[in-house]
Ligand binder design. Structure first.
Ligand code: GLY
Length: 352
């Protein structure tokens, strides 16, 4: 087992990475939540149950298993109402614990339910997707979508522990691996040294641990997302717009990590247009994204709609804000002109 600390003072916790870690829940609840726990609710999703990952769990206290819908549509205020009403019917007290067993949708939902039920109670993430293990389960940003955009309602509420059970990845569909690899490709540009795909040569637990430690370091430096933490959104401004433009239309749908891969190359082209990086650095972005076996082809979309959705991205203040590469590495750049963004989208479209 590999352990990566998230150094947040009183809210410090460990991200543990290893096969079969879901069976350590009794130990982790006792160590990280304490002796006051009498009950638990495990929030999970159908594919996790179908794969058998919710079978035979021992939490050291009685628990209910609640299944929420799969997919971004379930990340809604309506689901939070259903979940927390269920908590109340199950007699869950403030001193009890919620366990999120699943991917990013489950950890976001269960974390937000835990953040708000009884004005805040403990939760533990047991991440079962690559995306959740390298990103979504760590960092304490919890929340739900509105029809107007992704993750527009939520809170910062740190888990007491994160378990990345790499055995659960054995049931992960190919598109979900791609989804996780999009976030891994992002970390290639956030870690120390020249960006490359050397991460892929490590064994799986070490790959997850390397990404978790980059994320943990950034979160510890800037828990509530000032500029430093915003670098974790590298590639995400266009990605969120692509996802929002496909909302409700399965035929257009892109997995989050697939959208991030496109967003990384877009961000490189935009950075070059703004004179921040050169051709070689753009090529490096294409190479890294390709090495993670991801496409950077821009899907057919109305560029004006994408720009308008990017303006609505929650990290934008009142102008177009991006996270862009440059001489000092990846950083937040505000006040990018709409014309530059449109021209970059056209450049990408012409190249596909
Ligand atoms: N829950 C994801 C994050 O905090 O970044």
């Amino acid at each position: 087992m590999i352990s990566v600390p998230v150094e947040l003072g009183a809210r410090r916790y460990e991200v543990e990475i290893g096969r079969g870690l879901r069976h350590d829940l009794a130990r982790v609840i006792s160590d990280s939540v304490g002796p006051g726990v009498r009950r638990a609710v495990v929030v999970t999703q159908e594919p996790v149950v179908a794969a058998g990952w919710a079978d035979g769990l021992d939490l050291g206290v009685p628990h209910e298993i609640v299944v929420v819908g799969d997919g971004e549509r379930s990340k809604s205020l309506a689901t939070i109402e259903t979940l927390t009403s269920g908590f109340a019917r199950d007699g869950l007290a403030r001193t009890d614990v919620v366990v999120a067993l699943g991917g990013g949708v489950v950890t976001d939902l269960a974390g937000f339910a835990a953040a708000t039920y009884h004005r805040g109670m403990a939760y533990i993430n047991v991440a079962t997707s690559l995306l959740a293990q390298v990103d979504a389960a760590i960092g304490g940003k919890t929340g739900v979508n509105l029809p107007e955009g992704k993750n527009l309602v939520g809170s910062f509420w740190q888990p007491r522990a994160v378990l990345c059970d790499t055995e659960t990845l054995t049931s992960l569909p190919a598109r979900e691996w791609a989804c996780g690899r999009g976030e891994m490709a992002k970390y290639a540009f956030l870690g120390p040294g020249e960006p490359d795909a050397s991460l892929l040569s490590l064994d799986l637990d070490e790959q997850v641990a390397r990404c978790a430690s980059i994320k943990a370091e950034v979160v510890a430096a800037d828990e509530h997302e000032g500029d430093r933490r915003m670098v974790l959104n590298y590639g995400h401004t266009l990605a969120h717009a692509l996802e929002a433009s496909a909302f409700g239309d399965e035929s257009l749908s892109l997995r989050h990590g697939e959208a991030v891969a496109i967003g990384l190359v877009f961000a490189a082209l935009l950075a070059r247009r703004l004179g921040r990086i050169d051709d070689d650095r753009v090529e490096l972005h294409r190479k890294v994204v390709g090495a993670f076996d991801l496409s950077s082809r821009l899907p057919e979309r109305d560029p004006h709609e994408l720009v308008s959705l990017m303006g609505r991205d929650k990290k934008a203040a009142h102008d177009l804000t991006f996270v862009l590469d440059g001489e000092k590495g990846v950083e937040v750049v505000r006040g990018v002109g709409e014309d530059q963004v449109l021209a970059t989208l056209e450049e990408m479209e012409a190249a596909t």
